[in-house]
Design a protein around this ligand. Structure first.
Ligand code: SF4
Length: 442
């Protein structure tokens, strides 16, 4: 079987033959279960991201088949002095620019970013940790957010009004966040109000409380803020649902059906009480009766990275590695979470791995860049990605060192490229929903 390095090298050679000077490498990824050869999910990963920035779709990687909204931001062309630079030159330029910018600029790197980016980050974490890092850095004039669009929005909401948040590549959206637009959510709410009314019950509980996962646009966080709702992360989803059930008879959960379902199931909510809301259908494709009986109405969104994990992969891992511990992210489908030994946020996965006894074998169901980094950080363990096919997040992958170099050098020239600025009213209402989350603990 062809290894991923061979596959990428082959694709790279083809690109070079076509005159493409410096194809992106898939070096940081590519390790599969011991004894298994890896393959890439998409040979387009061998191309530079700027080759696909303005093509329709999210580009190569896990979300390549997802529908992209027509108004999704696009990245303008990068000057050739970046697209033609060697990796070593980009590295030198990033280091030099960062040193000259000093404390004025902070680089925030998401766990799912490639190593060539993460090594320059002042803070590495999940989306909320990075937004909090921005909030805790009042001295910085700008944050270069190496992640995706909704994350940069959250950092802008939590950082000071004079601080700029910059997304190095505007084409780095999130296919899951894009699955719930504000127009669709407002329409859903109008229909729910029609069916469920607005009057609280005898115990003072509202008919429905909106809850949105952090992985959603600022407009949807603001919607939750002004409608008595709340935001959650994958770490605190249970505490947030408990908060919501104290105040409402049911919840409508945006946009990740899997996190909503997995969390509610663990709290004892029956599958039948969790109808799916399909945005293109009247009443989301449900009857009024089903919605009245619902406890959690699940938006039909998903993460294409975590949707790739299957029960078959878990069974194969157990057959090939007796004693393996399987841990997965709760954005995975419910059957996968049930078949695993444990599930939780990125922080949970990191903690589990840090606490594992030397010699342990751990199969992980989450994004490949993070799994590979954990492999390197823990040589005393055998860690591998459940999915034998190397398939990074299409949009996280759009943050290439060329964009980081361009962003930092633009800042040195006094420019502020790709600023993500959430309108003030939206930011204020989003903050309400975020503050409710912080008060809800843990
Ligand atoms: S991993 Fe999934 S949820 Fe995270 S940015 Fe990529 S598509 Fe969005």
């Amino acid at each position: 079987m062809t290894s991923v390095q061979e596959l990428i090298r082959g694709a790279a050679a083809e690109e070079a033959e076509r005159g493409h000077r410096r194809p992106i490498a898939l070096r940081p990824t590519g390790r599969s279960a011991p004894g298994q050869a890896a393959t890439s999910c998409d040979s387009g990963l061998a191309r530079d991201p700027w080759a696909v920035d303005r093509a329709p779709g999210y580009g190569p990687g896990a979300s390549t088949a997802d529908a992209i909204p027509g108004d999704a931001p696009r990245q303008g062309p990068l000057p050739e002095r970046y697209t033609d630079a060697s990796e070593e030159e980009l590295e030198r330029r990033i280091v030099a620019a960062k040193a000259r910018l000093g404390d004025r600029v902070r680089i925030l790197g998401h766990f799912y970013q490639r190593d060539e980016i993460v090594r320059h980050a002042d803070f590495v974490g999940d989306s909320f940790m990075l937004a909090q890092a921005a909030k805790a850095s009042p001295e910085a004039e700008a944050f270069v957010f190496c992640g995706v669009h909704f994350m940069a929005e959250t950092a802008d909401i939590l950082s000071g009004p004079e601080q700029a948040v910059i997304l190095p590549n505007l084409a780095a959206g999130c296919s899951m966040a894009d699955m719930a637009t504000i127009d669709q959510v407002e329409r859903c709410w109008r229909e729910l109000v029609q069916v469920l009314g607005q009057e609280p019950d005898a115990e003072g509980r509202q008919p429905v409380i909106p809850v949105t996962y952090m992985n959603s646009s600022a407009a949807i966080k603001a919607f939750c803020g002004r409608n008595g709702g709340i935001v959650c992360t994958s770490s605190n989803a249970r505490a947030v649902l408990e908060w919501a059930f104290e105040r409402g008879r049911r919840v409508v959960f945006f946009p990740d059906q899997h996190l909503g379902r997995n969390t509610a199931k663990a709290m004892g909510v029956a599958e039948e009480a969790m109808p799916l809301w399909r945005a293109h259908l009247p009443l989301g494709g449900n009857t009024a009766e089903t919605l009245r009986e619902a406890r959690v109405i699940l938006w039909n969104g998903f993460c294409s990275v975590h949707k790739r994990f299957t029960v078959d992969q878990i069974e194969r891992a157990r057959a090939e590695h007796p004693g393996v511990r399987v841990i997965v992210h709760p954005e995975c489908p419910a059957a996968v979470v049930e078949a695993a030994d444990g599930s939780g946020s990125t922080e949970y996965i990191r903690r589990e791995i840090a606490a594992a006894a030397p010699g342990s074998v751990i199969a992980v169901g989450t994004e490949i860049n993070l799994v590979n980094r954990l492999q390197h950080q823990h040589p005393e363990l055998t860690i591998f990605c459940l999915d034998p096919v190397v398939c990074p997040c299409s949009t996280m992958y759009r943050i290439h060192p060329a964009y980081l170099a361009w962003t930092l050098e633009s800042l040195l020239e006094g420019l502020t490229p790709n600023r993500i600025a959430v309108p003030r009213a939206v930011a204020e209402e989003s903050r309400v929903a975020l503050e409710r989350m912080l008060a809800a603990k843990p």
